[in-house]
Design a protein around this ligand. Structure first.
Ligand SMILES: [Zn+2]
Length: 361
């Protein structure tokens, strides 16, 4: 007999947010999360929002104060790829992160979408320049979290995008809408570069952020899980795409999560900062940081509860407008996966993939 959760079980259920960006030394949010039984994995990222050295110091400091409930992934600086000492510098940076307790390393979409060599070609994530880094991570069994590419909608015209949120985002940010920039590498090229890394480094523990940028097709994802035994994904920032596929093929979605329950981990992809800005050096909120942080925690915890109810129960939850159609339903019925599956997605897989690696030593 399979066991199932009821909606009232949420507070007591184990929960790990495997993809958050924690951009403040203030531990208030971590303490509130710990009290609520929510563990956090903050992801240092090679973006220009906050220098990776500052992200690292925040992570190290909070991990020291909250070693059980707050963990982090380090990052290396891919923007230095043209330096002759790039590989050595990156490996040194990874060792520094590891010594401070990092549970893995992140590579970001600037590889493939932003960085260009002298000849004006995009530096793809499978460029040989990265080989010493991947080889080191594979040898040391250090997980790699990879945000490569973007949602496929990014390469489609606005009217063909599947979700309302993507359509809104790309209509407001045409600079990131790759359909308008055909000179850049295609969606397929991004995925192909990623797949070549997986082929070349079969022992590398590889987590594809944001459903591995294959959010549009669980069949495509299943195909990669079958081909690459060390490939995992997080759900961060792409739950809407799960809702979209559930509207189309509810049983297929249920089968997918049952079959691949060891490969998927929950994450939200929110920024925690004291003033509402992704970069705490550029405040956008005039309210007191503590007031804001209290509000933010309540808001994010509510989001996590909504997502948990979707996976764990058959309760109807409010989604807002999901589909890129005028009559998009605003509610969805949960897919009620067995308790064991829910716990793997919301907690166990994060522990197994990131925390039980040999970084524990
Ligand atoms: Zn992120």
């Amino acid at each position: 007999m399979k066991e199932y959760y009821s909606p009232a079980d949420f507070d007591g259920a184990p929960k790990y947010d495997a993809h958050i960006h924690y951009h403040t030394f203030d531990g208030l949010f971590v303490r509130k999360a710990a009290k609520a039984g929510l563990h956090l994995l903050t992801v240092n990222t090679n973006f220009d929002i906050l220098p990776i050295d500052v992200q690292f110091e925040i992570s190290r400091s909070l991990h020291l104060r909250h070693p059980q409930t707050f963990n982090f992934l380090g990052a290396f600086d891919a923007t230095n790829f043209a330096s002759e000492t790039f590989a050595d510098d990156s490996v040194r940076q990874i060792k520094k992160c590891r010594a401070a307790g990092a549970r893995g390393i992140k590579i970001w979409k600037n590889a493939g979408m932003v960085l260009k060599n002298e000849a004006g070609q995009y530096l793809m994530a499978d460029d040989p320049l990265f080989d010493p880094i991947y080889a080191f991570l594979e040898k040391e069994k250090i997980p790699l979290l990879a945000h490569l590419g973007e949602p496929r909608n990014c390469w489609l015209p606005l009217e063909r995008m599947t979700t309302h949120s993507d359509r809104q985002y790309y209509s407001k940010n045409p600079q990131f809408h790759m359909y308008l920039h055909p000179e850049t590498p295609s969606c397929e090229q991004q995925i192909a570069a990623r797949d070549r890394i997986l082929e070349r480094y079969p022992g590398l523990i590889f987590v594809g952020a944001h459903l591995g940028s294959m959010e549009w097709s669980l069949e495509e994802l299943a195909n990669r899980f079958d081909r690459f035994p060390n490939f995992y994904v997080d759900l961060s920032g792409r739950i809407t795409h799960i809702f979209e596929q559930t509207f189309r093929n509810r049983n297929g979605v249920i089968d997918f999560f049952q079959t691949y329950r060891d490969r998927v981990m929950y994450g939200l992809d929110y920024f925690v900062s004291p003033n509402g800005s992704r970069n705490w050096m550029r405040p956008v909120c005039k309210c007191f940081p503590r007031v804001y942080m209290n509000w933010l925690f309540g808001h994010l915890y509510g989001e996590i509860e909504k997502h948990w109810l979707f996976f764990a129960t058959d309760q109807v939850i409010k989604t807002g407008k999901v589909l890129n159609t005028p009559l998009s339903p605003r509610y969805i019925k949960g897919i009620r996966l067995p308790k064991d599956t829910v716990d793997r997605i919301f907690y166990e897989n994060v522990r197994r993939v990131y925390l039980n690696s040999n970084l524990n030593g």
